[in-house]
Design a protein around this ligand. Structure first.
Ligand SMILES: *Cc1c(COP(=O)(O)O)cnc(C)c1O
Length: 367
């Protein structure tokens, strides 16, 4: 067999999860977030499968152009806007909408001349305390952007981002919403009409209808992982899109007292079978996954033992003495939530998805 690691991408699960975003926010348009190669799932394939999305959101002009070159026609939003003024020309030519979060970006836009028109999303920092204009700065900036001759009618919009939406009870959530509402209402009162707005990520889409506004921005929920921390109960069933799978490349009989792999990080408590699966940190499996992290062999969970290597992991097969060379292994996905593996490894599902490396073939199952 060739090296058997694969990331199987279930496009039917993807469209199912997308329809759950639609149902959760029926009055809003959907900006599907497909930055970082659609969280490791492949941006072009995901965009093609999500033909019903009203727009796509990315993190760079390169990501936007990759979609345009693949023939994706929907509006594309650069979530951090441009990184230098030289990007404006290409962005505007290709109907890429820009977030505006800094004075530098405003100055670049004021110096820019364009025959084509563009839409802009003014980012208000309502409490994330990372990017964007404070609620006091935001209105004067809005007025400067309104004067730009190449901004589409109705093409100037408000956006903000939650810091703690994954924790339902966190007091920052209602505070941020309140601040956003204040800015949006005040600007509407000055203008006589309310501009389009966007605030909700996956967590807010599923738990806070009052944050949905005109556009919602689902990311992680599309890929089938819970956006909430801990065991927060969702009233929808997300389906995992990515299954990272491989096979046993060896099954060894080890003796009591023998230690396994780099650093001898685990020692056999008795004579026992140890399976070696062809998946490691060179594929994106987290190197910090400790002893006991579950891995599926023949659909049943067995514990990881010893250090994760670049190309392989070792598994305690005492519960499956019949397991043999070539048997199927699942690192996460179908039957093993990625959140569980992330929890063991001290990280989040987002990071595991993004870290699946280019050497892992993505195998797409049609919607
Ligand atoms: C990544 C991102 C999202 C999507 O967040 P999820 O938690 O994956 O739903 C939404 N908005 C902005 C600004 C983002 O950067």
């Amino acid at each position: 067999m060739t090296r058997p690691v694969r990331a199987r991408i279930d496009l039917q699960a993807l469209t199912h999860n997308f329809s759950l975003a639609r149902k959760a926010a029926p009055a809003s348009r959907i900006m599907a977030v497909i930055k970082a190669g659609a969280y490791g799932h492949g941006a072009v394939q995901v965009a093609r499968a999500l033909g019903g999305a009203d727009a796509f959101a990315v993190a760079s002009l390169e990501e936007a152009m990759q979609l345009r070159e693949a023939g994706i026609r929907q509006p594309i939003v650069m979530l951090d806007g441009v990184f230098e003024p030289a990007e404006l020309e290409l962005a505007v030519t290709h109907q890429v909408q820009l977030v505006v979060h800094s004075e530098e970006q405003v100055l670049w836009l004021e110096r820019f001349r364009s025959a084509a028109s563009v839409s802009l999303w003014l980012k208000v920092d309502t409490g994330m305390n990372r990017l964007g204009f404070t609620t006091e700065e935001a209105l004067p900036v809005w007025q400067r952007l309104q004067r730009l001759p190449y901004v589409k009618t109705g093409g100037l919009r408000w956006m903000s981002h939650f810091a703690c939406a994954d924790e339902y009870e966190h007091p920052a959530n209602s505070q941020q919403l309140e601040r956003f509402n204040e800015v949006v209402r005040f600007s509407a009162s000055l203008q006589g009409s309310r501009a389009e707005c966007s605030m909700a990520n996956s967590a807010a889409i599923l738990t806070r209808p009052e944050t949905h506004f005109d556009w919602v921005r689902p990311g992680i929920m599309l890929y089938g992982a819970s956006p909430m921390t801990g065991e927060y109960p969702l009233d929808v069933t997300l389906r995992p899109v990515m299954t990272l799978e491989s096979r046993l490349m060896a099954v060894q009989k080890r003796r009591k007292g023998e230690s396994i792999g780099y650093g001898y990080a685990w020692t056999c408590p008795e004579d026992m079978p140890v399976g070696i699966a062809a998946v490691g940190y060179g594929d994106g499996y987290p190197r910090h996954a400790p002893n006991g992290t579950p891995v599926l062999v023949n659909g049943k969970a067995v514990p990881l033992v010893g250090r994760v290597s670049m190309d392989m992991i070792c598994l305690d097969l005492r519960s499956q003495p019949q397991a043999r060379f070539g048997d199927p292994v699942i690192a996460w996905g179908e039957g093993l939530p990625i959140e569980t593996v992330a929890g063991h490894a001290g990280t989040i599902s987002y990071e595991l998805m993004c870290n699946v490396t280019t050497r892992v073939p993505r195998v797409y199952e049609a919607a």
